[in-house]
Design a protein around this ligand. Structure first.
Ligand code: ADP
Length: 337
């Protein structure tokens, strides 16, 4: 395993930067998640690391080895990275064992079979060694693909939306199983997802992307608790927005004030308040528009001065027609605009 480093990497399609000056490190033996909406450049970054595309600007290193510059793209096979891409399906004519053994051609037959079986065992599919892909469920196919990617001891493994297309229960199970396998393998991992929950649950470090730009990089805790911008805050969960002005170290919103000691008096400010940071209690101040169940919480839409915000309240809280709103500082952020 090795560190993967991108330095000022750019890649254009049709004269637009799909990846625009990205500098990023995937630390050794950790999981780096690239999180962003569709079109933010995540898959392109993965393809650049895999050597399936060339960089226009900047460079990529795997360990100490320079693998991509604008003048030279080391071939994918020579990079020794494992890939689990949505469109890199299993070989349909090979059983699970043979799929995992596929990249182990440097080993003798017996050692190859033993290694394949070891990796199938690690993903919990030893008993399915003779099954063909069409006999496996979607989740099992993904686990075989992960075993196939990890078996040759790659320097890093790249996962592109590995859980998409699976139902929510299976998705959470597969996510936990994948994380356990990656932790056991201690492989440097770059993991692409548009799902904040997946990223928060799996990543050691998060890179939040939008339109080819890096909005923020850090641990899930840092990114959640200290977002760098409204967009970075919104990438990790539902937020309420408001634009106003700073006065006396705070920004007033229709639902209460938010501390902004870093903003000068009169400065324009954009505010982001996480839905769970709104504490609703019986009283006046905001009108309750609707209460809808959402797992352990209810989503409560509240209105004040013509603005509508969403709050997450404990399920089955009894609210009247109005509530008093307290904004909890841990989930409320003000940025200069
Ligand atoms: P994501 O993985 O975040 O959905 P992509 O990396 O796939 O984003 O795409 C980033 C941008 O680059 C998008 O605007 C997409 O349309 C464009 N793009 C990606 N691949 C190609 C390609 N092969 N040709 C032209 N445009 C592309």
């Amino acid at each position: 395993m090795s560190v993967v480093t991108l330095s000022h990497v750019k890649r254009a399609y049709d004269r637009t930067w799909a990846v625009n000056d990205i500098s990023l490190t995937a630390p050794e033996a950790q999981v780096l998640a690239l999180l962003g909406p569709s079109g933010s450049g995540k898959s392109t970054i993965l393809r650049l690391i895999a050597g399936l595309e060339a960089v226009d600007v900047g460079e990529i290193r795997i360990g100490d080895e320079l693998v991509s510059t604008p003048d030279r793209t080391l071939a994918t096979e020579a990079r020794r990275v494992g890939m689990v891409f949505q469109d890199f399906a299993l070989f349909p004519h090979l059983n699970a064992g043979a799929n995992v053994a596929f990249g182990l051609d440097k080993l003798g037959r017996a050692e190859r079979d033993a290694t394949a079986l070891k990796w199938l065992d690690r993903v919990g599919l030893r008993h399915r060694v003779s099954a063909y892909p069409h006999e496996l469920s979607g989740g099992e196919q993904q686990r075989v693909a992960l075993a196939r990617a990890l078996a040759p001891a790659p320097r890093a493994v790249l996962l592109d939306e590995p859980f998409s297309g699976l139902d929510p229960v299976l998705r959470a199970e597969l996510r936990d199983a994948t994380l356990a396998t990656l932790m056991e393998a201690r492989t440097t991992t770059v993991f692409v997802t548009h799902d904040a929950e997946d990223a928060l649950q799996v990543a050691d470090r998060l890179a939040i992307l939008k339109a080819g730009k890096l909005l923020q990089e850090g641990t899930p805790r840092q990114a959640y608790d200290r977002p760098a911008s409204v967009d970075a805050a919104a990438a990790l969960g539902p937020v309420n927005g408001f634009s106003g002005h700073a006065a006396h170290g705070a920004v007033a919103t229709p639902f209460g004030a938010i501390a902004a000691p870093h903003l000068a008096d009169g400065a324009k400010a954009d505010v982001a308040v996480r839905a769970e940071a709104l504490l609703l209690t019986p009283g006046a101040g905001a009108r309750v528009l609707s209460v809808r169940p959402h797992g352990a919480h209810d989503v409560v839409r509240i209105e004040a001065q013509g603005f509508v915000w969403r709050a997450l309240a404990p399920a089955r809280s009894a609210f009247g027609e109005t509530v008093s709103v307290e904004i909890q500082p841990a989930g409320a952020f003000a940025f200069s605009s």
